[in-house]
Write a protein that binds this ligand. Structure first.
Ligand code: WQD
Length: 325
């Protein structure tokens, strides 16, 4: 299938492009390189530099390439920042997505795979979280993702576009074959920060609270390897093509790891010490957030292969070391 990947030079985007190419799809990336990196592009995929906030650019790209499928991962994703600067998230995440949707229907795109988030659920009322869990986002970022799922439902009904909204849990890790090493700029997520502490690029990791109701008191999350996420995108296209029916599905592993679990495994795979200090809780952080991925198993046939903590941290450490050379 011909597939356009909007945001394909980014962290999850580049792993998705690699997977779609490996599955034999013809891929073209559209990215403005604001957080994406040129080094994340593959010569086998086309590349058009453009901005989703310029409707003429995205329209021209889709009219020229004429894809049957599209993946949309072009979004800002810092939950904390979205609460301080909601306008930025409205413009890029919501207006940008509407521009893509309008251009996609005009160009006859049939299948739309959307990078959604567990942030659409908000504070979990029960665990593990399945797709029937109420959606009450606690941050504006999560709201933008939920809003776009809403537009997708309407465009399905009114324009017949079929979508898969993939609600990612905590994406982590780097390509298990070492083909992608572009590091995210200014990371704030736990695992990249742990890497920077191991490398001495920051003095210490601040652990946000050790008084949660979890086995060791630190926050527990469901870390999913980015190769497993990428495979989920490939399977979503297979599903859409076969069933011609839209889908909302969690991508997580139902394996909870605490902040201390992550630190200990990072120390093991790197052979280095991770300096850390316990500080106050970060506002808005739930104690535990773990996915129920049964639906992905049942409807997509998806099962995580690389999401054990050791593979997550060993592949990330290798990518960080590759950048030290
Ligand atoms: C993980 C754990 C922190 C940094 C975020 C977004 C969410 C989703 C995934 C996209 C928590 C602790 C972290 C640090 C720490 N993104 N931590 N010190 O908050 O679960 O989810 O990314 O959809 O929308 O909110 O991920 O990596 O920031 O935190 O102690 O310096 O690590 O408190 O328990 P989070 P995270």
């Amino acid at each position: 299938m011909k597939i356009a990947v909007i945001g394909g030079a980014g962290y999850i985007g580049s792993h998705t492009v690699r997977e779609l190419l490996d599955r034999g799809h013809e891929v073209c990336v559209f990215d403005n390189l604001s957080s994406g990196l040129e080094q994340n592009l593959f010569p086998e995929a086309g590349f058009v530099k453009g901005d989703i906030l310029h409707p003429d650019e995205i329209e021209k790209f889709l009219k020229d390439f004429k894809p049957e499928g599209l993946v949309h991962l072009a979004a800002f994703k810092a939950a904390g920042e979205s609460m301080l600067n909601p306008e930025k998230y409205s413009v890029n995440n919501i207006t940008g997505s509407i521009n893509i949707l309008n251009a996609a229907t005009a160009a006859g795109v049939k299948y739309f795979v959307f990078s959604s988030s567990a942030a659409t659920y908000g504070s979990p009322q029960y665990q593990p979280v399945d797709e029937n869990h109420p959606t009450n986002p606690e941050n504006y970022y999560g709201y933008t993702k939920l809003a776009i799922e809403g537009f997708l439902k309407w465009y399905d009904q009114l324009r017949g576009i079929k979508f898969a909204a993939l609600r990612y849990f905590n994406a982590a890790g780097y390509d298990v074959k070492g083909r992608i090493n572009g590091l995210e700029k200014n990371p704030a997520n736990l695992i990249p920060v742990v890497m920077e502490a191991l490398l001495g690029k920051r003095k210490e990791l601040l652990v946000f609270g050790n008084d949660y109701d979890t086995p060791d008191g630190t926050g527990v999350r469901d870390y999913i390897h980015v190769n497993d996420l990428a495979i989920g995108h490939g399977m979503a296209f297979d599903y859409l093509q076969k069933n011609n029916k839209s889908l909302i599905v969690n991508l997580g592993v139902q394996q909870g790891s605490s902040v201390l679990d992550v630190i200990h495994m990072a120390e093991k795979v790197s052979g280095r010490k991770c300096p850390y200090r316990i500080v106050e809780r970060r506002p808005g952080d739930p104690a535990t957030l773990v996915a129920n991925p049964s639906k992905a198993h049942e409807v997509l046939g998806w099962k995580a292969q690389y999401s054990d903590l050791e593979t997550l941290l060993a592949t990330t450490w290798r990518a960080y070391l590759a950048n030290e050379k």
